[in-house]
Design a protein around this ligand. Structure first.
Ligand code: GLN
Length: 231
């Protein structure tokens, strides 16, 4: 009998779109998936006594993968929305987020969401940013596979703004690649992230909730939060 990793240890197959720093991204050297969500799901798995295996996939493929039973859970900075909750079960919220807008550093005309009327906006496909951007009058929304591609399009002048999750925008701006861009205006809304499981898998959702509760009680959640966001 092995004590470190019992042969019968269950595997939790987790899907994630892994270019969403600081929540999920690839360590350049080790190629491991790292970030706040990655640490959280590993800690959840540890609480549950299961081995977490992360599978990278497109954001718009996560819910279909849950529905098809190809993955057990999805953690991907995924906002809990009524529409998604019709298709999947969400854990309790684990992170407060919201949408913000990014423009080029030298842009002095776009100062808030109301200035986006009639403009060209880049978003990530299947996200809340995409659906909110489409509600703006006369906009031209261009959808990309991931947030980094949307930022590249902003840099090259193909769009006027990127609409995306605030903590991800902040992280991007703080990195070298984001030096030519800035966040403007107030966040558009407030959103909460949840871990998604298949609609019928209420048992797993319950276990995940219990694990999150435990991690909040024992200080582990706080540690992970401080590691990625400071304070
Ligand atoms: N929070 C946003 C959403 O759920 C974006 C998530 C993401 O791009 N990973 O739609």
């Amino acid at each position: 009998q092995q004590s470190a990793k019992p042969a019968d240890q269950k595997v939790l197959k987790v899907g994630s779109e892994t270019t969403f720093a600081p929540f999920e991204f690839q360590d350049e050297k080790t190629k491991d998936y790292i970030g706040f969500d990655m640490d959280l799901i590993k800690a959840v798995g540890k609480q549950m006594g299961v081995e977490v295996q992360v599978q990278s996939m497109g954001f718009d493929g996560l819910i279909p993968a849950l529905e098809a039973g190809n993955i057990d859970a999805a953690i991907s900075g995924m906002t809990i929305t009524d529409e998604r909750a019709k298709k999947v079960n969400f854990s309790k919220p684990y992170y407060k987020s919201g949408l913000s807008m990014v423009v080029k550093a030298d842009n002095n005309t776009l100062k808030s969401f109301k200035d986006l009327e009639g403009k060209r906006i880049a978003v990530q496909i299947g996200t809340t940013g995409a659906s909110e951007a489409k509600k703006i009058k006369d906009v031209k929304v261009r959808e990309f596979n991931n947030a980094p591609e949307a930022f590249i399009e902003l840099n090259s002048g193909g769009v006027d703004a990127v609409v995306n999750d605030l903590p991800v925008n902040e992280y991007y701006i703080a990195q070298a690649g984001g030096k030519d861009a800035k966040i403007v205006g107030e966040p558009l809304n407030s959103e909460e992230y949840g871990i998604a499981v298949a609609k019928k898998n209420t048992e797993l959702a319950e276990k995940i909730n219990k694990a999150i509760d435990e991690l909040k009680k024992n200080g582990e959640y706080e540690k992970i939060y401080v590691k990625w966001f400071g304070k």
